[in-house]
Design a protein around this ligand. Sequence first.
Ligand SMILES: N[C@@H](CCC(=O)N[C@@H](CS)C(=O)NCC(=O)O)C(=O)O
Length: 249
Amino acid sequence: MSRPTLYVIPGSHPAMAARRMLEHKGIDYKRRDLLPVVSRGVLKVMRFPGVTIPSLRIDGRRITGSREISKALDQIKPDPPLFPADPAQRVQVEDAERWGDEILQNGVRRILWNAIKRDRAPLRSYLDGARIGVPHGMAVATAAPIIAAELRINDVTDGAVEADLAAFPGWLDRIDGWIEGGVLGGEPPNAADFQIAAALGLAMTLDDLRPAIEARPAGQLSNRLVPDFPGKVPPVLPAEWLEPLTAPG
Ligand SMILES: N[C@@H](CCC(=O)N[C@@H](CS)C(=O)NCC(=O)O)C(=O)O
């Protein structure tokens, strides 16, 4: 098999999930770092089936989407498996992975872009170790149109982000429940573990969110599977939006 290429955006949580899954499988790959929005054009020209990150070129196949990638990796290299062999357990992992993609991943993305809208300087910290073809300082200085596009593409309204933060404690309860029930946090880690751990890894790069996450089983799972998520955003979100996360009990 020629060396697969994984297309990522620095700081992308589903891309981090794909990276960790490839590493977990022991599949050597090339990483190509792209800037948001620019990524859409590149993936289109390369005839991927979608325009989002992560996308993976492997074994002559072009795959777009973190969940499509987890499935394909198990077909291409079954060991160690990303999905349990037992059909009932597999459904539980698929459900948790889907929730991690559709609910948690989108919520964390909206929260991050809302924070970046308020202070763009931390963008640079997400570029650590990335090769984007332009100096990192220049990328941040010229990021305004990219930020505006991401706010639009991802429906990042203040109302949506306030609602995401209100829902966040319930999301953490759900993840802790899955860990307690053995759907997440087992050995070997499954596709839902990687999907959810990567989203929480990105969430914990925000100083506003980390204290509410890191000590919980969910936060520990993330730190174990994605210990080095680059990026750091100092406190920037309105204090009243964070009350659901800081309220005792
Ligand atoms: N839910 C999909 C979505 C991916 C997604 O929206 N990726 C973002 C990066 S986190 C992206 O491609 N953003 C660039 C853009 O939309 O221009 C997955 O898990 O693969």
